[in-house]
Design a protein around this ligand. Structure first.
Ligand code: CA
Length: 224
């Protein structure tokens, strides 16, 4: 995968790049937010490892601009350990995953592989449908009625898992495992944030809500 590392700690950026290279990826590093954003827009990488504290433009600014420009790049943000607030802010701003500093390179590689995997989306399916909501699996396009809906890669995968079995209730743990491949560090908050993000895009402004919370069990998608 082509991976852009936007991290101003040069030593850390160098370590990340050499670990990624050893795993067969093609990383490049930029140590400044605005320059990183420019590089990501000019020549979109498959994945971006994005530090939050950056000179000239911080990670949130980079994220917002990327999502605004509908960049298809997957983004892993680097947060300080225990910094739940910024992690949540980053996920809300459109990040696909996060990693808390300091982290083991193996953990970074595992996150990168998990995001790089084109998930469980198989070639057998075509267009999934729930009420007027459609997901074209091959083209990775979503629309509701005549409205095209832009989703980030992780939002799309979450929606895909839900839409494969309309009416089935998925627990947060299962969604965490299937979408984020986070089996040991199971993280309900991330799932909740992404459900909120999906609802804003899929249900807000439409007469019928399709994503439903089943109290103390989980989430399901279905026509009312
Ligand atoms: Ca930094």
């Amino acid at each position: 995968m082509r991976i852009l590392v936007i991290e101003d700690e040069r030593e850390l950026a160098r370590h990340i790049c050499s670990a990624l290279t050893r795993s067969g990826h093609l990383p490049s590093a930029i140590h400044d937010g605005a320059a990183g954003l420019q590089a990501a827009l000019n020549d979109p990488p498959d994945l971006i490892v994005l530090d939050l504290g950056l000179p000239s433009l911080n990670g949130f600014g980079v994220l917002e601009k990327l999502r605004q420009m509908q960049s298809p790049a997957r983004v892993i943000i680097l947060t300080a350990r225990g910094d739940v607030e910024n992690r949540i802010k980053g996920l809300n701003a459109g990040a696909d995953d996060y990693l808390a500093k300091p982290f083991a390179m193996d953990e970074l590689l595992a996150r990168v592989e998990a995001l790089g995997r084109r998930s469980s989306i198989s070639a057998a399916e075509d267009v999934l449908k729930v009420a007027d909501l459609h997901l074209d699996v091959h083209r990775r396009k979503v629309w509701r009625g005549n409205t095209v809906i832009a989703l980030s890669p992780r939002e799309l995968e979450l929606l895909h898992v839900l839409m494969q079995e309309p009416g089935r209730v998925f627990s947060r743990t299962e969604l965490s495992e299937r979408v984020w491949q986070r089996d040991h560090a199971y993280d309900t908050r991330t799932v909740e944030i992404f459900i909120v993000r999906l609802r804003k895009k899929i249900d807000a402004g439409f007469d019928q809500a399709l994503i439903h919370t089943v109290r103390s069990v989980g989430y399901t998608i279905k026509a009312a």
